[in-house]
Design a protein around this ligand. Structure first.
Ligand SMILES: Cc1cc2nc3c(=O)[nH]c(=O)nc-3n(C[C@H](O)[C@H](O)[C@H](O)COP(=O)(O)OP(=O)(O)OC[C@H]3O[C@@H](n4cnc5c(N)ncnc54)[C@H](O)[C@@H]3O)c2cc1C
Length: 408
């Protein structure tokens, strides 16, 4: 058993694996604790999509940096990653959403990200399965991309290990030693690891881990699902990602078929404390009817999902953590020196993890990140206690309006 480390990272999903890699790259002796198998919980179940034009310049800069790092992932880490720069179409079916797209085009251009309005004909040329009806406006972002989600955290784990990090799967963090100057150690069933730095990247469990550090983390684990069809003739690898704003539905190519996922108005929220300690994401109850309802809501744009011949090859789901303002929750854990958190992924953590891991490590090691993280920092919730019912309702709302997280 490892007796001491410069830093202990809790969780080997996209957030924790990226933090461990970037810490190891800066020369720290890192131990990565994972209660289950490496990178086995929410991260490998993601859709793997990026979306670069965000609500503010700071959020856009994070998303953009992440895409640069995803594109260079294999070169940087030596690990495989299926990376497809498919581009993305975003579809408005209402005048209100067309207005949102106009603001996105403006913000994208200001940030130097390629994005433009295209005609419905041009959108259909790129995505021939797109129906013509009910569309008011469409934008095209050629540099958006998707990755194979399972490869990203595993790649970061392996790259961290090559840089000297110790990976301990099936080893939960069970408690902490906290002294007058902050964190002094992390307890595990096999002993305590002395350390002055701990990163809580425990995903759906991050609130429970923070509670053991006496910190309140306002996040709610929220079920998100997608389906992948069997291969469909005519569906091509070159198909871009497509998002329908008001329906909160996304579609992309996967393995010769189509992936469809989306955000229902009343998602299942999970209290992790009520689950047995042995709970695995593969045991999460799924509900495919949610996805069929979402598919029906875009029947005019994606009539292909109404074809009775469509067969599901894979249906998966996980528990991203939501915050009340639909933004990540990253930074020093208030009140506990040496404790850091990467949580509040808001269903966008996989794609952002390369930039967030890099930035949080700069914050830990250099005292400040190169990117502006103030809008996603833990500091924004200090002194703002929400009761549980209000927290849940505001996180539900953030989830249900995810594609409309746009300042008007
Ligand atoms: C269907 C679906 C589609 C998605 N689509 C996208 C997308 O297109 N783009 C995107 O960017 N994101 C997407 N996401 C979100 C993405 O999956 C998450 O943002 C990301 O995986 C969060 O990573 P994480 O490291 O926080 O969580 P996880 O991957 O769950 O990792 C947390 C880890 O911490 C471990 N852990 C917990 N407690 C302890 C403990 N006490 N000790 C040790 N280890 C512990 C857990 O076992 C787990 O392995 C999607 C998610 C789902 C479910």
């Amino acid at each position: 058993m490892i007796e001491s480390a410069d830093a202990v990272v809790i969780g080997s999903g996209a957030f924790g694996a990226s933090a461990a890699y970037h810490l190891a790259r800066r020369g720290l002796r890192v131990t990565l604790l994972e209660r289950a198998g490496l990178a086995s919980q929410t991260s490998p179940r993601a859709a793997g999509l990026t979306s670069q034009v965000r609500a503010t310049p700071a959020l856009t800069a994070i998303a953009r940096r992440a895409v640069v790092k995803l594109a260079a992932f294999t070169e940087e880490t030596g690990q495989p990653l299926r990376f497809t720069q498919s581009g993305a179409l975003k579809i408005a079916r209402t005048e209100r959403d067309a207005g949102q797209l106009a603001r996105e085009v403006e913000r994208g251009r200001a940030a130097g990200i390629e994005i433009e309005f295209v005609s419905i004909g041009e959108a259909r040329r790129r995505l021939p399965i797109l129906g013509e009806r009910g569309i008011v406006a469409v934008t095209w972002s050629p540099t958006d991309c998707n990755v194979e989600p399972s490869e990203l955290p595993l790649g970061y784990c392996r790259a961290a290990e090559k840089l000297g990090a110790t990976l301990l799967p099936h080893t939960p963090a069970t408690g902490f030693e906290i002294g007058a100057h902050g964190v002094e150690g992390v307890r595990t069933p096999h002993g305590t690891i002395a350390t002055r730095i701990v990163v809580d990247a425990a995903g759906a469990w991050s609130r429970l881990v923070a509670a053991r550090l006496d910190a309140a983390l306002p996040v709610v684990p929220t079920r998100h699902q997608l389906l992948i069809t069997e291969p469909i003739p005519g569906v091509g690898r070159e198909f871009p990602i497509a998002r329908v704003i008001d329906a909160h539905v996304y579609v992309r190519h996967e393995r010769g078929g189509l992936m469809l996922g989306g955000y229902e108005p009343d998602p299942l929220q999970i209290d992790m404390e009520a689950l047995p300690p042995s709970f695995e994401m593969s045991e999460l109850p799924l509900d495919v009817e949610v996805l069929w309802r979402l598919a029906k809501s875009v029947a005019e744009q994606f009539p292909i999902f109404q074809d009775p011949a469509i067969r599901i090859a894979e249906h998966r789901g996980g528990l991203p953590t939501l915050t009340v303002d639909d933004r990540y929750l990253v930074g020093p854990l208030p009140g506990v020196s040496g404790a850091w958190v990467m949580s509040g992924c808001c269903v966008g953590g996989l794609s952002a993890s390369p930039a967030l891991g890099e930035a949080v490590v700069e914050w830990i090691v250099d005292g400040a990140p190169a990117l502006d993280l103030s809008e996603i920092s833990t500091a924004r919730f200090v002194g703002r206690d929400l009761d549980e019912a209000e927290l849940r309702e505001r996180c539900r709302h953030a989830y249900a309006t995810h594609y409309r997280a746009d300042p008007e």
